[in-house]
Design a protein around this ligand. Sequence first.
Ligand code: RB5
Length: 149
Amino acid sequence: MKIALASDHAGYELKAGIAEYLRSDNFPFEDFGCGPGETVDYVEYGAKGARAVVAGDCDRAILICGTGLGMAIVANKFKGLRATPCSVEYAAEVSRAHNDSNCLTLGGRTHTLDIAVRLVRIWLETPFEGGRHARRVQMIRDLENENFK
Ligand code: RB5
């Protein structure tokens, strides 16, 4: 599994910490920016990470802005993306088990590196439960087909 990692300036430092964690764990990822010292629009960088998943170049994305909220809004504009902003461990677990989340969003201004790494680890390790949740995820796909071109 390969992760698309992207942030705006508000998420840059946390992204660097998460990149370091993924590297130390030999977890494959690609950093889509932004770079240090830049001031950018979260929409542009969220879209870069989301497009990598839609294109199949990456399997999932971790997107970081100030709060994780703008990145979630952006990512959920892409068909097939199920972006979940998570702040507590239970949400990270259930986002995978129930929602089959393929995009975790975090906030550089709302998450410490310690909690962010714990959320990332849970989100990476928790499998989708399927069963009744597969039916619900399919219902989400049906809504995408109805509302996205
Ligand atoms: C940038 O200042 C900030 O607005 C952005 O990172 C984010 O919090 C948007 O959701």
